[in-house]
Every structure is written in structure tokens, then in C-alpha cells.
Write a protein that binds this ligand. Structure first.
Ligand code: AMP
Length: 405
């Protein structure tokens, strides 16, 4: 579907055209008409589906005239907030609207300046927004459109109280938009309280997880994980790779070892100063380094495109996080590959990922790697074991109604 049929203003259509967007993505097709009509909306779609534009375009459309703080977008992480603000700027290029971007870990100066400048749209993380509200640096009493992005993540991170407090400071007759990759009970409860007769826009998580990505599971004894990672890195031909870890400490430790093995790596996790996180992200995005080591901070919400490979050094604790991590690759219709290293203790976590995906992950073993345990002990019974040498690691699993593109 063409953007012209979605009822957006000419200034917005012009900006989209310049960006080269030809067709609205499925989440955009589903969400934009309802939002343009002024309805509340609950959208479930992960990053990479075009969900930011799905709420930013119709929000810009509805912000006619001038006025202070008429739209507020809340995001769980600074990186996501930055990205949302960038998108509002791009899409609103011809609308003459002002923005303020508020997130923690940095000084207040620039943010105060932006707030004094009477922004039409505020993009914020909950904690810093609360700080500004407490200092009376802004008021939410004129909010017309309230957007909560990655609500599931926001609640996972313990922001439920802050978010509730913020929502209570906005007018009751506002339009409210919730976007969440998954809709667990907690999100549903909050949405019932905050939304009024919402329209729904859902994009099936299973399909988007796998459309252009091939998956493989590499069982390995715990003590050989790092060795296997090194062996894998020698074999795969990656242009850009994100390695995901469960903990910040693990990320630091393994990245240090990788550097000692001559790999040029940047690290991204929430212990780092904002400045360092931005620098790591910039170096990775502009190709200065090809490997980014990250915790799940990078798996959600971030628009990192053209990642050719993802390696899960640790199997994610929550099955949904697998989908988010893998969502970094195979984007924008390019093919991607996703490898998961798995020690025997992590098999139950793998099983819940497989349950979510509705398919087993193909087990693979590296031919030239001397495993310290028998392969049949590492791969559980019933596993789909591929022994054939596969240089491209390209064996595909079919996930639901996967379309080849
Ligand atoms: P998101 O899911 O919002 O992170 O968007 C993922 C990427 O898709 C971003 O780089 C957007 O600029 C891009 N994008 C969003 N909508 C479209 C579209 N309709 N056509 C082409 N690219 C798009």
C-alpha cells in the first residue's frame, strides 16, 4: 500500500518520498489509519518492522498548529529515545515543529535549553522525565498524543511506577498509543487502564523472526565456548556482527579476550557512560569496527541495520529476547545468519526459544573443532543434528508461513 492512501499530510508525504520509502510496511498499514482517525492503539511489532514510522507519521499528522508539549514519546532506553527523536525530525522535516530529547546519564544543560525553547514534541526515558517534572521544567497538561514504545521492555526494566505517574500527569482526553513486541499480562493490565477502546495492530512475531534469517545452534561444553567462538569467527564471512551476552561482566570479559585475539571490538551495555555507548554505536554503524559486543540493551529498539551475523554467546533468558536479538540481522530484506552457542545447562532455554518459534533450531558441529565431550551428549535426544559440512552455515528452518524474498 502506498503512503498516499493513508491520509497523511502533503508535508509528511514529501519527507517520506525523499527518504525513498515506497510502500508502507504491514504495521504501518494497520496502525496509521486508526491513529490518523484519532483512536487509541495497541500495536505489537518488533524493531525492524517500521514501527517507529507507524506511530511517528500519524502523530506528526495530528499535530496541527502550534503549542507546547503536545506529543510525548516514552522509550525504555536512551538509544531508543535518540532514535525516535531522529525519526520525528526526519519525517517532520517540512513541518516546523520543535523537539526536546530527555534521557539520563548526561547533564541537564542542553535538555533545559530545549525545554525552554517550547518543544511541540518531547521524547524521553521515564526516569529523566520524572526528574524534569519534579523540577517543574515542563508540564504535560497539554499532551494530545502520548506514545509508549517498547512497553514490555519498559515494564521489565521496572519503570511501571514512573510510567504510571507520567500517564497521570497527562490529560484524560489524550490519544494514547502503546507499542510492544510482546503483550504479556502486565502490559495488558496497563493498557486497559491507560487506553480507551484501542484499535489493534499486530504483526506476527514468529514470521518476522525468521523471514530472512537462517538459524543454527552450536552445542558446546561450557569451558569450550570461547574457543568455539574463535573457531566460528575464523570460518564465517561476516561484514558486521553483534555478539550478545547475558551480563555486562561477561560482555566485558569476552570482549577483552577477543581483543587479545586480535579482533577489533566495541562494547555496548548499560554500565557504560552515555558518551561511550554512543561512540561504540557510531563506530559500529559507520563500519569502523565490524564486531559489537552487547547485552540486550542493543537487541531491542535499536535501528542498527545491515548486520550480517548475530552470535548469541549466551542463550537468552527470555525466549522473546531471541527474537529481538535475531531482529538485528536479516533486516531490510537482506539475508542474515544467527548462531547460538549453547552449553548443556542452557538446553531448557533453547527449548523455550524453539517453542516460541514453533520450530527446532538446527544443531551444528564444527568439523575441525575438537569437542571435549561426545556430540550426542551435547545435543539432546530428538534434536535435529546436521553433521554435514556447511561452509555457509546456510541451512534454513522454515518458520510458519515464511515468504522467500
Ligand atoms: P523501525 O522498525 O522503526 O526501527 O524501522 C526500521 C527501519 O526501516 C528504519 O531504518 C526505517 O527508516 C525503515 N523504514 C520504516 N518504514 C519504512 C518503509 N515504509 N519503507 C522503507 N523503509 C522503512
Amino acid at each position: 500500500m502506498n503512503f498516499k492512501n493513508l491520509g497523511l499530510r502533503a508535508e509528511i508525504l514529501r519527507a517520506i518520498e525523499e527518504l525513498g520509502y515506497e510502500e508502507a510496511t504491514p504495521i504501518q498499514q494497520k496502525a496509521i489509519p486508526s491513529i490518523v482517525d484519532g483512536r487509541d492503539l495497541i500495536g505489537s511489532a518488533q524493531t525492524g518492522t517500521g514501527k517507529t514510522a507507524a506511530f511517528a507519521l500519524p502523530t506528526l499528522h495530528r499535530l496541527q498548529g502550534t503549542g507546547v508539549c503536545r506529543a510525548l514519546a516514552l522509550a525504555p532506553t536512551r538509544e531508543l529515545a535518540i532514535q525516535i527523536e531522529e525519526n520525528f525530525k526526519k519525517y517532520g522535516k517540512y513541518l516546523n515543529l520543535k523537539l526536546a530529547l530527555l534521557y539520563g546519564g548526561v547533564k541537564y544543560g542542553k535538555q533545559l535549553e530545549e525545554l525552554r525553547n517550547k518543544p511541540d514534541i518531547v521524547v524521553a526515558t521515564p526516569g529523566r522525565l520524572i526528574d524534569h517534572l519534579q523540577q517543574n521544567n515542563l508540564s504535560l497538561s497539554k499532551i494530545e498524543v502520548l506514545i509508549l514504545d517498547e512497553v514490555d521492555r519498559m515494564l521489565d526494566m521496572g519503570f511501571v511506577e514512573d510510567v504510571t505517574k507520567i500517564i497521570k500527569k497527562t490529560p484524560r482526553n489524550r490519544q494514547t498509543l502503546f507499542f510492544s513486541a510482546t503483550i504479556p499480562e502486565e502490559v495488558l493490565r496497563l493498557s486497559k487502564w491507560a487506553l480507551n477502546d484501542p484499535a489493534e495492530a499486530k504483526i506476527d512475531i514468529k514470521i518476522s523472526a525468521a523471514e530472512t534469517v537462517s538459524h543454527a545452534l552450536y552445542p558446546v561444553p561450557a569451558i569450550q565456548k570461547f574457543d568455539l567462538l574463535i573457531a566460528l569467527l575464523k570460518q564465517i564471512e561476516f561484514e558486521s556482527l553483534i555478539i550478545f551476552f547475558q551480563t555486562r561482566r561477561g560482555t566485558d570479559k569476552i570482549s577483552h579476550w577477543l581483543s587479545e585475539h586480535g579482533q577489533n571490538v566495541r562494547v555496548l551495555h548499560s554500565d557504560l557512560k552515555q558518551k561511550d555507548r554512543m561512540a561504540a554505536l557510531a563506530d559500529f554503524k559507520n563500519g569502523k569496527v565490524r564486531i559489537l559486543s552487547a547485552t540486550d540493551v542493543a537487541s531491542r529498539g535499536l535501528d542498527i541495520s545491515n548486520v550480517t551475523h548475530v552470535i548469541n554467546y549466551d542463550v537468552p533468558q527470555h525466549a522473546e529476547d531471541y527474537v529481538h536479538r535475531i531482529g538485528r540481522t536479516g533486516r531490510a530484506k537482506t539475508e542474515g545468519e544467527a548462531f547460538t552457542l549453547c552449553k548443556p545447562e542452557e538446553i531448557p532455554l533453547v527449548e523455550s526459544v524453539e517453542k516460541l518459534l514453533g520450530n527446532p533450531l538446527p544443531r551444528k558441529f564444527l568439523d575441525d573443532f575438537s569437542y571435549r565431550e561426545k556430540q550426542e551428549n551435547l545435543a539432546p535426544i530428538g534434536a535435529v543434528v546436521s553433521k554435514k559440512r556447511n561452509r555457509g552455515f546456510g541451512s534454513r528452518v522454515s518458520f510458519g508461513s515464511r515468504r522467500r524474498r
